[in-house]
Write a protein that binds this ligand. Structure first.
Ligand code: GCU
Length: 613
């Protein structure tokens, strides 16, 4: 397999690959520091510091990197980044806010990646592990340099032969774990809840003793092969995956059974809260999909074992461009919760359209105090493409995720600027500023030309790129907007589906009243007539038209600025080619959504712009 000579993404200042014989994070740290000629630095192990903590100290013209076992590596990268960007050294003892900072890779063993937009899997092909160890070490370096410490190797939808990862393929899993271990990255495996049944056990009922014994024995084998495995990740009773509901058992019973099997090995059981009725009849007005996670899990608060983490998507639907924070985060104070984000740009431009996520996370953090969750996870945006991310700028989202996982403080501008400086050190400062600006406004532009005002799901079914206003309207996934000639949206207040009742105050009242509900979420929570007058005095229909025209115009401006930037090749060619596709996509969204609403409402655009008949 071919290995190209580029150090990926934001580490262009580190020219060489980390040698294969280095096995300890401290050795890697020493090597990395030795790569930069004009830097005098020294490692000082400090067993009194937490394992991942570090402190940078100036001492006689040199910098001392004092740290715990992996802390020294994080400290080395922090020092190298500050040195490369010319920014001040971080002060005081630094340690991550969240102990588990996880990437969930939806990689299938046939080499495909579910919702992958950066090529095929970096480590699976032909139903087995198949990778270039040099690239995997580079990946380890990349993850460590932004502070990510857990990688789940396989898709949450566990397709055969991924069950073998905890069976016949354990030696391969162990070898793969060994490549990432020097970078402080531990593996996790997605498991199939019904796996005992493929091994002679007649049931997967979590309360059945044969099932419990099967998992306990399996855990012994798995941890014997990979002693530092972080744990198992489970998608159960969701989108046709097996789970405890088949046996009339709760998700606490299901999760705890697995958690008890892996507890003796120090394993963590990460259980996803992405459960809803995916066989809904569109005529059914009682079932409202955003209510599902809370309805399923809130009553189970306090019932999960200590080594279970319930992983909840940021919003109640499914990684849409704009969603309110999931109410489940506020309903389970006695449960370990993890926040799940999606870096793979499934609904956000598929690594063709620009979509920098930090502004979105800043908004999320405004409503979700970081201490509500004990861990963070993100669906990976990595793949086998030469630049690992499809779009060179999509690397920003992984980098930023790592930074926010260390320190979940809203600071989109700072993080974006840091990534730009590290990635393109050769570009003049004004140009770096222009690129940072493009990235900073990319989410806003995308949102404006996408589905209006929090409506969601006007996307092409299945592949989820491009507009299709009625594409999901009569399907079984619970994804409806109910636009007719007078009004659009679903009333999710107490008078409607009751979804707003799941929130604590002040969110409940803020969302329930159209007068206080943020404009961007208006149609998520309310059904409104097209002549509804918004806070800014415009009618709803005019605002829909205006937003779409503005989104397209902003994209054209971004394209113009991008074309003038002296980006290095091949990034420039890739970014420009993708921007041409983004412009086409933005035009399609703008025209199709505006035409859809004009045909329904019959309302003309107040500014007489072109809306197709
Ligand atoms: C989305 C996505 C699926 C994925 C699912 C999940 O629905 O489209 O491909 O399996 O999320 O999070 O499990």
């Amino acid at each position: 397999m071919k290995t190209e000579n580029r150090t990926p993404a934001w580490l262009p200042f580190l020219p060489l690959d980390v040698p294969a014989e280095l096995t300890e994070p401290a050795q890697v740290a020493a090597f990395e520091l030795s790569q930069v000629e004009d830097l005098r630095a020294e490692l000082r192990p400090d067993p009194d510091l937490p394992e991942e903590a570090y402190e940078l100290l100036a001492e006689g013209g040199a910098t001392i990197v004092r740290g715990g076992r992996t802390g020294m590596l994080y400290g080395a990268y922090a020092l190298l980044a500050a040195h490369a960007a010319g920014t001040p050294l971080p002060t005081g003892v630094r340690k991550p806010f969240y102990p588990a900072r996880m990437i969930n890779c939806w990689d299938n063993m046939d080499g495909s990646v579910e919702r992958g937009y950066a090529g095929r899997s970096l480590w699976f092909e032909g139903e087995r592990f198949d990778y270039d160890p040099v690239r995997i070490r580079r990946l380890g370096r990349l993850l460590a340099s932004c502070g990510i410490n857990v990688l789940c190797v396989n898709n949450v939808n566990v397709h055969w032969p991924a069950q073998q990862l905890i069976d016949g393929m354990l030696p391969d899993l162990a070898a793969f774990a060994g490549l990432l271990r020097p970078f402080g990255v531990r593996l996790m495996v997605s498991v199939d809840f019904s796996q005992p049944m493929s091994d002679g056990v007649p049931t997967a009922d979590p309360l059945d003793s044969a099932v419990q014994a099967w998992w306990a024995a399996r855990a012994d084998r798995v941890w014997a092969a990979v002693p530092d495995l972080y744990g198992f990740l489970v998608k159960a009773d969701s989108e046709h995956r097996p789970g405890p509901f088949t046996y009339g058992r709760s998700h606490a019973e299901g999760a705890n059974m697995l958690a008890r099997a892996i507890a003796p090995h120090g394993g963590t059981l990460v259980w996803r809260a992405f459960v809803y009725n995916c066989m809904q009849d569109w005529r059914d007005t009682k079932t409202d999909r955003p209510c599902a996670a809370y309805d399923t899990y809130a009553p189970l608060d306090g019932q999960f074992d200590g080594n279970v983490i319930l992983q909840v998507k940021n919003g109640p639907f499914d990684f849409q461009v704009r969603e309110p924070v999931s109410p489940t985060f506020f309903a389970m104070p006695r449960t370990n919760l993890a926040l799940e984000l999606q870096l793979a740009q499934e609904y956000t431009g598929q690594q063709i359209d620009l979509y920098a996520m930090p502004p979105m996370w800043d908004e999320l953090l405004a409503d979700l105090p970081p201490e509500r969750v004990c861990a963070v996870a993100a669906v990976s945006n990595l793949g086998r493409d030469e630049n690992l991310f499809g779009h060179p700028f999509a690397a920003l989202n992984l980098y930023a995720f790592g930074r926010y996982a260390w320190d979940p403080a809203p600071r989109a501008e700072t993080v974006i600027a840091a990534w730009v400086s590290l990635t393109y050190p050769g570009m003049p400062a004004e140009d770096r500023g222009r690129l940072a600006q493009i990235l900073l406004c990319s989410r806003h532009a995308y949102e404006l030309y996408n589905a209006p005002l929090g409506l969601c799901w006007m996307v092409s079914p299945n592949n989820h790129y491009g507009p299709s206003p009625d594409g999901y309207e009569y399907q079984a996934w619970g994804t409806y907007h109910k636009a007719n000639r007078d009004a659009v949206g679903i009333d999710r207040t107490a008078a409607g589906t009751g979804y707003t009742e799941q929130y604590p105050e002040p969110l409940r009242s803020r969302y329930a009243d159209p007068a206080t509900c943020p404009d961007e979420l208006l149609l998520f929570f309310h059904r409104l007539r097209y002549d509804f007058v918004m806070r800014d005095g415009r009618t709803l229909i005019q605002r829909i038209y205006d937003d779409h025209f503005e989104g397209f115009a902003l994209t054209e401006k971004m394209a113009e600025t991008l074309r003038a930037l002296p980006l290095p090749e091949p990034d420039r060619a890739v970014a420009l080619a993708r921007m041409d596709l983004q412009l086409k996509n933005a035009r399609e969204w703008c025209d199709i959504i505006n035409t859809f609403f004009r045909r329904l409402s019959g309302a003309d655009d107040a500014h007489g712009r072109k809306i197709w008949d």
